[in-house]
Design a protein around this ligand. Structure first.
Ligand SMILES: Nc1ncnc2c1ncn2[C@@H]1O[C@H](COP(=O)(O)OP(=O)(O)O)[C@@H](O)[C@H]1O
Ligand SMILES: [Mg+2]
Length: 363
């Protein structure tokens, strides 16, 4: 029998998306074929403590089993990192072949964990440092999209210091260039946390203050009355795009509750859109992916404006929701790639990227 691939799963984490990450980890653990893979869990608590669990011989039943306590090996990052390294700390033949970081949001898909894994010199699934960081920072991401010539909504951005010095200036600028309603977002966060729709000056000020609680940079966008179309992208330098899907939500916007709590949104895969628009969406998704230097996977989200059917790119998510019931895997399923094959592909892509990097000259 071929040697089993040892996959380290990192999940939990300090971000607001800790619980989502746990759910994803459970789903991924259940989907792996244990004849082909050994799964080694690495749980990061909400306080940022690392706990390595023993290799799993069978998938766990519930999330509670994934939340290793301080008694388990770890707590301190250094020994955990050593155990991640090929041959380092791990017994002969027990080194990890690849790491699958399943962390969303801050410290998860923003390039920080990716940097750590680069330092440890271990292959890992998903976007690298640069693409993760760009994909996480909405202001930076928009600049890259603009440079690529991708259409997007009108926006303004500023930091806390700028805002504090002259709030009246930014209010005026937003009112003149964007008008009401407008969308206010922390530049660096996901899952709609800290995002609000402002309908007047009072709400705008409150929305900016709220967003500044989550990040020192804020972005304000014109309101786009649009359908929300998403595409899954998979690959390294020659990525493929899935069929597009649509998120249809009956709440005011696709906020945290609609995403995770109250089920007021549903997915339509494939999206019920004309074939030429579907083709444009896929082509734009690939351009956006290459523009941020993506690798592994990303979900690229668009607005399809109702008034004129104009496509506007909204964002790239380098670590999209990844349970078997999330948009990303479901769009691949519809395109002909089931969840377990998707996992296999992501693992191969991670190893291929690492091997390519090994061939580079560094001195
Ligand atoms: N400019 C906008 N116009 C209309 N709706 C928006 C706009 N920006 C965001 N939204 C709504 O808010 C949701 C979350 O915003 P998004 O920028 O995707 O943040 P996140 O990174 O948290 O997913 C979107 O899915 C959409 O429903
Ligand atoms: Mg979004």
């Amino acid at each position: 029998m071929a040697k089993k691939v040892r996959v380290g799963l990192i999940y939990g984490g300090k971000s607001g998306e800790h619980e989502v990450s746990l759910q994803t980890a459970l789903a991924v653990m259940k989907a792996f074929n244990y004849d082909q893979y050994d799964i080694i869990p690495f749980y990061i608590t909400k306080q940022g403590k690392w706990h390595a669990g023993a290799p799993l011989t069978a998938p766990p039943e519930e999330v509670k089993q994934l939340q290793y306590e301080a008694s388990a090996a770890g707590g301190d990052l250094v020994p955990v990192l050593q155990s991640l390294q090929p041959g380092g700390g791990a017994a002969e033949g027990k080194a990890l072949d690849v790491i699958f970081p399943l962390l969303h949001g801050t410290y998860g898909e923003d390039g920080t964990i990716q940097g750590l894994l680069e330092m440890a010199d271990v292959p890992y699934v998903g976007a690298g440092v640069l693409a993760s960081a760009v994909g996480m920072d909405k202001a930076m991401m928009k600049k890259v999209f603009a440079h690529e010539g991708l259409p997007q909504c009108i926006y303004r951005h500023f930091n806390r210091t700028q805002w504090t010095k002259d709030p009246a200036f930014f209010i005026m600028e937003i009112e003149v260039s964007l008008g009401y309603p407008c969308f206010v977002k922390p530049a660096n966060l996901g899952s709609s946390v800290g995002i609000s729709k402002a309908k007047n000056r009072e709400e705008l000020t409150a929305a900016i203050e709220l967003a500044l609680r989550y990040d020192r940079k804020v972005i304000v966008e014109e309101f786009v009355d649009a359908r929300e179309i998403e595409v899954s992208v998979l690959g390294n330098d020659e990525p493929r795009a899935s069929v597009p899907g649509e998120v249809i939500t009956s709440s005011d916007f696709y906020d945290y509750d609609a995403k995770y709590v109250d089920g007021t949104s549903r997915m339509q895969i494939p999206a019920d859109i004309p074939a030429d628009i579907a083709e444009t969406v896929r082509e734009m998704a690939l351009r956006a992916y290459l523009a941020i230097d993506g690798s592994g996977l990303s979900r690229v989200d668009f607005f399809l404006r109702r008034s004129d059917n104009q496509l506007l790119i909204n964002e790239v998510n380098t670590m999209p929701g990844f349970t078997p019931f999330s948009m990303y895997p479901l769009m691949w399923k519809e395109t002909g790639m089931p969840y377990s094959e998707l996992l296999d592909t992501l693992i191969s892509l991670a190893i291929a990227r690492h091997q390519e990097k090994q061939r580079l000259t560094y001195s």
